[in-house]
Design a protein around this ligand. Structure first.
Ligand code: F6R
Length: 614
């Protein structure tokens, strides 16, 4: 979703702003813009409807905007179509106050009407523009004090926002505001950076300050202060981000998605590193230490997450119920708070989110907290909103995930859930031997995952063979039900000319089988596990109706070749861990299908990486 960047310091702002926006491209956007204060305190702005390279071209054409203070933005349209006029930053009537905004202003219609009655002239269809006009109004009213005017404007606006604000009449500062949408300040040598996330600025500095909700930073060249919306100054401590520049480069791969799939074995390794005590059959999850005693008491776990992260939750449900004996429910972040979740002090709510910024997941988490649940999280982004709002949690530590479709983070979420099953299980009935066994098998997974990636060419050929089909079914059962869901979402998201649906193998005969004919291939995830025979029944039923079958099966299963049209093999592991392997060919399949169909697999149309609006 929208990305914000800002720069104030000794260097030219425009190149930094442009570079930062390029790093934020992965979040998904449709238009972009920037505004820079020049040496005569005039604010110059360039906006484009399209990609950053267009903005770069425009910048070159216009002789790069000169000045060492500026803000920039990538917009993912919510209010008003993608267009140059709706691109940010947005200014007030006098082109004095300029605002870049991430989030949604819920009461913008009423505010706009009032401001129009008062004579303000709007130039765009966005909700954002009301912010610049509101600030203008208070700036004039209160004797031209930008900080005060911003605070007064914030009192009037409802919704979620991260804001970067500059003004011609106070040209020595950038004001950054956060309520609901993430914003960080990067600390350089006599220079400061503002960004929606650390990936935008790690080329310049690794020292960052995470703004909390209802905080406002007033940043000048020689220092900054952070105040709450109540105007009380806050002390902020900087942190060093663990991400480095190499992680945000393609490193020889044509696409980030492919790079990140090939990083999946490493993702498993990083997720288990230092977290197993093999001889004791224990998982050591440092982030949960503070709530160890509380976790012994819980008798119910609710997992809340969205999209791919929720499918990891579906696998986690089976792992934790079977091995820790705790009843688990999995809910969509977007639904949870609109039903009446039954929660008591013995319920833990676990949010899973790669970004840690998904608005729906955060809303669910806050509702759970309000109702007294113990809140836990699994996230990849250190310092993210989720990590700061949960009582305890586990990081994925897989480095930045740039491609919009989540792949290596998903593998890591599954791995962490397996660790959690050991952790909770060993607090309860799980035997030493079982704990040890899962731990041993987990440690083998990175090598087994590498082995699957060696079938790269075979999967590419498969994609070529099947790329003419317009619809696909993905079927799995038990541990691999969540993987069928993941396979389907990835295919329709990445190869976006294809429609894909997933079903539990046993549900086929209750309706979907009506759709089967030679034009609808089905991808069956059918490892040699406790539901293998049942899955074979579903394959036979599909085959009998002329459906084409692609099977993901366990090495050594030669039988399957007799009924499937194509087979991809995965190595043998414990049943509960098969999803960590079976998903790898599905990720490759969707990436290669996308490439076959000419899709932008890193930035699929209409999608955003970090969905920070509800
Ligand atoms: C699909 C995908 C999305 C995300 C979902 C949640 O490939 O990436 O479905 O999984 O938007 O995002 P996070 O994990 O950041 O909460």
């Amino acid at each position: 979703m929208c990305g914000i960047a800002g720069y104030i310091g000794k260097n030219e702002a425009a190149p930094v702003l442009l570079e930062s926006l390029k790093k934020l491209e992965y979040r998904g956007y449709d238009s972009a813009g920037l505004a820079v204060i020049d040496k005569n305190n005039k604010i110059n702005s360039i906006k484009v409807n399209g990609r950053i390279n267009l903005l770069e071209k425009e910048l070159r054409k216009n002789d790069p905007l000169k000045g060492s203070i500026g803000i920039s933005h990538t917009r993912w349209a919510t209010h008003g179509e993608p267009s140059k006029k709706n691109a940010h930053p947005h200014s007030d009537c006098e082109e004095n106050i300029w605002v870049a905004h991430n989030g949604i202003i819920e009461n913008y219609k009423i505010l706009k009407e009032q401001l129009e009655k008062e004579g303000h002239q709007f130039k765009s269809d966005t909700d954002t523009e009301v912010i610049s006009h509101l600030i203008e109004k208070y700036f004039k009213k209160n004797g031209q004090n930008l900080e005060k005017a911003v605070r007064q404007a914030l009192e009037k606006i409802e919704g979620a926002y991260g804001l970067a604000i500059i003004a011609r009449d106070e040209p020595d500062k950038i004001i950054a505001v956060r309520k609901g949408s993430p914003l960080i300040i990067g600390l350089g040598q006599d220079e400061y950076f503002i960004a929606s996330d650390p990936s935008a600025i790690i080329g310049y500095t690794k020292q960052v300050i995470y703004l909390d909700d209802e905080e406002m930073a007033i940043i000048k060249k020689d220092g900054f202060k952070v105040v709450g919306f109540d105007n009380i100054e806050k002390e902020k401590i900087s942190q060093e981000t663990e991400w480095d520049v190499k992680q945000i480069q393609k490193s020889g791969f044509s696409h980030f998605m492919l790079k990140e799939i090939f990083e999946e074995p490493e993702a498993i390794k990083n997720s288990i590193r230092g977290r197993l005590i093999p001889e004791d059959g224990l998982a050591k999850l440092g982030g949960l230490e503070s709530v160890t005693e509380k976790l012994k008491e819980i008798n119910r776990l609710i997992i809340v997450a969205c999209g791919t992260a929720r499918y990891a939750g579906l696998v986690g449900e089976y792992m934790i119920e079977e091995y820790a004996g705790i009843p688990v429910e999995v809910d969509m972040g977007s639904e949870f708070r609109y039903r009446k979740p039954i929660i008591d002090k013995k319920t833990a709510v676990l949010a899973i989110s790669q970004s840690g910024e998904t608005a729906d997941t955060l809303a669910a988490l806050r509702e759970a907290k309000r109702k007294g649940a113990l809140t836990l999280g699994i996230t990849n982004v250190v310092g993210s909103t989720q990590s700061r709002e949960t009582e305890a949690g586990v990081y994925n530590h897989v480095g930045p995930e740039i491609a919009v479709g989540s792949t290596k983070a998903f593998i890591s979420q599954l791995t962490v859930l397996a660790l959690l099953a050991i952790y909770l299980g060993r607090q309860r009935e799980m035997s030493l031997i079982t704990g040890r066994r899962i731990g041993q098998e987990l440690q083998k997974l990175p090598d087994l995952a590498e082995k699957i990636l060696k079938q790269d060419q075979q999967i590419k050929n498969l994609a070529k063979k099947y790329s003419k089909f317009k619809n696909f079914f993905f079927l799995g059962r038990k541990y691999n039900l969540g993987i069928a869901e993941e396979g389907a979402i990835k295919l329709k998201e990445i190869a976006y000319y294809i429609h894909a649906e997933s079903y539990p193998g046993g549900e086929m005969k209750h309706g979907p089988i009506a759709l089967i004919d030679e034009n609808l291939p089905s991808l069956f995830i059918v490892p040699s596990d406790s539901v293998y025979e049942k899955m074979i029944n579903a394959i036979e039923e599909t085959k009998a109706r002329k459906g084409k079958i692609i099977a993901i099966a366990t090495e050594g299963n030669e039988e399957i070749k007799k009924i499937a049209d194509d087979v991809i093999y995965i190595p043998k592991t414990l049943e509960m861990l098969t999803p960590i392997l079976s998903v790898i060919p599905l990720h490759l399949f969707s990436a290669y299908m996308g490439l076959e169909l000419g899709c932008d697999i890193d930035k699929p149309r209409n999608l955003a990486k970090s969905v920070t609006v509800e």
